[in-house]
Design a protein around this ligand. Sequence first.
Ligand code: ADP
Ligand code: MG
Length: 354
Amino acid sequence: ETFLAIEGVTKSFSGTQVIKGVDLSLGKGEFVSFLGPSGCGKTTVLRMVAGFETPTSGRILIGGEEVTHLKPQQRKIGMVFQAYALFPNMNVADNIGFGLKVAGVPRDEAKKRVGEMLDLIGLPQLAERYAFELSGGQQQRVALARALAPRPRMLLLDEPLSALDAKIRVSLRDQIRQIQRELGITTIFVTHDQEEALSISDRIVVMNAGAVEQVGAPFEIYNSPATPFVAGFVGTLNTIPAVVAEPARREVTIGGTTLAVPTLPENLERGARVALALRPEAVRLAAGEPGEVAIDGTVRQVSFLGSVIRLGVEVAGGTVSLDRFNDRRTAPPQVGEKLKIGFAPADIVSVTRP
Ligand code: ADP
Ligand code: MG
């Protein structure tokens, strides 16, 4: 049961195509993030869904109804922007009630709705406060309440947290998700922050240069990136330099160790240099486990982070980062110490030519 459908949508600005054909469908109640680097087109797609931009080609449907050419106010969509979108000289209650007034909701009903929204965002005591007196996090909660007050059928959030401090960002993203679940409202959340997208989404749409690279649950996107771009943009990667030894058997050497890499591309010649990419948690201190290859390394950096100790280990001319739990009984390795790192070749996320 598709709720929002984006079908073959493109967008050009003065002859330059910035959205190159996006197809996407969202189910009712789904929380989907658009994730990608700055300038990849996230806001433009969101603005086309909201009705602030018209697609150059393609269609947008909400609840089965085509809305491609409807005005924003006809679409019944709530939107929250990065920051500074409240009316600074209006109090909180009037800010939240603004859309209701515009829509001609009777005063008693509007007052009741504003009260409900204040409770929903946990700020009932701030109803009379002016917007300019609020912290950034409070302002964004009020902006969310203002967007939700008219009971929109979809919620669009364009980097609503990116102007906030790290700590508030985390607590507010959890609150947004909780409120979204409570209301069951279909939501698109735009962010360039991969951790943010991974932590709150039902599904993530990874975008790059005006196109969709991959759509999937956070678990899928992180563990099975469909393209090198996704592998590099979502999560962090260790890259280990290797040299192709026996192309037919997909064998490479790292330092003096030879191993078979299941995902090695077939068209490489002997002696070609490649970079093997692994998630940090896939690399550990070698323990001689079955299926594990062990590679000689030298500790170059030791950072004590409390619950974990992060090591920078030089391997075959590259540096890999790996975390070891702080088990309290074993002293951390020392800079200059020689050790072996271990990983399973099946955990190699991608193989690229450097
Ligand atoms: P993102 O939100 O992912 O950072 P945007 O959707 O804002 O990306 O922008 C995508 C591309 O479209 C950028 O290259 C941007 O410069 C361009 N762009 C966006 N809006 C306009 C506009 N109104 N006129 C011309 N170019 C635009
Ligand atoms: Mg943007």
